[in-house]
Design a protein around this ligand. Sequence first.
Ligand SMILES: Cc1cc2nc3c(=O)[nH]c(=O)nc-3n(C[C@H](O)[C@H](O)[C@H](O)COP(=O)(O)OP(=O)(O)OC[C@H]3O[C@@H](n4cnc5c(N)ncnc54)[C@H](O)[C@@H]3O)c2cc1C
Length: 399
Amino acid sequence: MSELDDHQVDDSPFSDFLGFELLLEEQDRELLSRVRAFMTREVEPVINDYWTRAEFPHELVPGIAELGIAGLAYDGPGCPARGALVDGLVAMELARVDPSIGTFMGVHGGLAMGSIQIGGSDEQRERWLPAMARMELIGAFGLTEPETGSAISQGLATSATRDGDEWVLNGDKKWIGNAAFADLVVIWARDTEDGQVKGFVVEKGTEGVEFVKQEDKIALRVVQNAEIHLRDARVPEANRLQRAESFRTTADVLRVTRMGVAWQAAGCARGAFEHALRYTKQRQQFGRPIAGFQLVQDLLVKMLSNVTAATAMNARASQLQDAGQLRDEHASLCKAHSTVRMREAVGWAREVLGGNGILLEHHVGRFVADAEAIYSYEGTREVNTLIVGRAITGESAFV
Ligand SMILES: Cc1cc2nc3c(=O)[nH]c(=O)nc-3n(C[C@H](O)[C@H](O)[C@H](O)COP(=O)(O)OP(=O)(O)OC[C@H]3O[C@@H](n4cnc5c(N)ncnc54)[C@H](O)[C@@H]3O)c2cc1C
């Protein structure tokens, strides 16, 4: 218990009910405070407006870059190398104020930087990671296709054909976050010669690549998702991720980033809970704050339980990740559990706001909508359940 000696659980925000932040070193706690201050001061006041217009707040990027949180857990060139637990708590902190900004960072600092960190050669890491950590280059991750989502490991149809020192890419991608404005996209494509899935860094301006922004989303409206159409797009061999020889590498990236999404889900639930608690203390009905009604307290406590249970599970898994012991099924259990608890919690938060729960100005409505995307991306509940089910039974129930 030595880490609790100098700090009291009351030093943490009230919604960190069991003081998980106290597991962090001082330096990482300070980082978390800076992230919290930035999100509260700079993001919360403006984000509903961007959400309504389905636009991305590009002017906030320099401020986010200054926080030094891109690729926080990675120890590649120029990366902060601060570890998985603080990375997770930061992901929770971002989503606690805005799940879209959390997703933007999850895609850039998690999926795109992670692909290069895990699949790239030393030279490729040097070439891209420092600029990505400084957020001078923004990345995206192109795996999902219009016809194949959950079954992508088997059904990935985008092709890559070697032609001398180049590769020719053909196919379509869908849902690719940040792709509408990214400087580089990691495209996963199947080598027509050996049938293996490989990663290619496709840089902005590459001929034969078309990005079409996906419109009319009802969740994460700030995130700029795009369809990508690759038609004889030529990429140099130097841009093929040299250590990514099969889908196993893609899965290694996803194991890590799935934990990030589990943390985002805990953050989304926590943000909704905090708005709900504040509201119930102010809102008066029958001559008293609605926070004083037993049925309202029941929902508030259930929300807090969900947030706390998800945080506890995720914190332990992140510790395993820091110790090099995180398995696919650990990350899948966390992602499935946290997103189910999130979905319940945001619904209860909306419930205690009554009609105001569907007005954007009270924020909870945005969390309710955004939760739907977090619930489905990076492996649906069903897919993550099947991964855990296979691990505990030894039987694959995918098909
Ligand atoms: C907002 C958003 C952002 C995204 N960002 C990215 C990104 O940046 N990069 C990227 O590559 N992808 C991205 N995705 C794609 C995302 O990962 C997929 O949506 C997800 O993997 C699910 O695939 P799908 O939507 O095609 O659903 P499907 O695979 O068509 O699934 C539909 C339903 O069938 C169920 N199902 C499928 N197989 C089984 C089975 N064997 N047993 C039981 N049930 C099953 C699923 O659980 C689900 O309920 C994003 C998606 C969203 C919504």
